[in-house]
Structure formats: C-alpha cells, structure tokens
Design a protein around this ligand. Structure first.
Ligand SMILES: [Zn+2]
Length: 67
C-alpha cells in the first residue's frame, strides 16, 4: 500500500516507489550494479526517465579539486 512498482529502464530492476515521491523527484535504482539516477515524471501510473550523468553530478562537481 502506498507503493508503486516501476522497472528501471536501464537494467529492468523492479523498484518500489513510495507515494510521497512526487513527480520531479529523483530516485536511484536499487540494483547495486546499476545505480542509475531516475526522475519520476508522473504518478498513477508511475513513469520514470533516466537522468543524464552530467545532470547528476552538477551540484558537487568541483573541477578545481583536480589541481
Ligand atoms: Zn537499474
């Protein structure tokens, strides 16, 4: 109850997404060999899309760390 099941578009892992995860939220694939970042695009029925890697790392990417 309160969960929707969606398959990871990359590895087909079944993911249980809580009802409080609203569209626009990010979830990470539960498969440790995948770990793809996904964005919830809609609920009932749930739909997710793969988040491009360059968006995933936008917030903590610090090029100056490589000096
Ligand atoms: Zn996956």
């Amino acid at each position: 109850m309160g969960l929707e099941i969606v398959k990871c578009p990359v590895c087909k892992q079944k993911l249980a997404v809580h009802q409080y995860i609203v569209p626009g939220s990010f979830v990470v694939c539960a498969n440790p060999n995948c770990g793809t970042s996904l964005r919830v695009v809609q609920r009932k029925p749930i739909k997710v899309e793969v988040v491009p890697v360059e968006q995933t790392f936008t917030h903590d990417y610090r090029p100056e760390s490589y000096d």
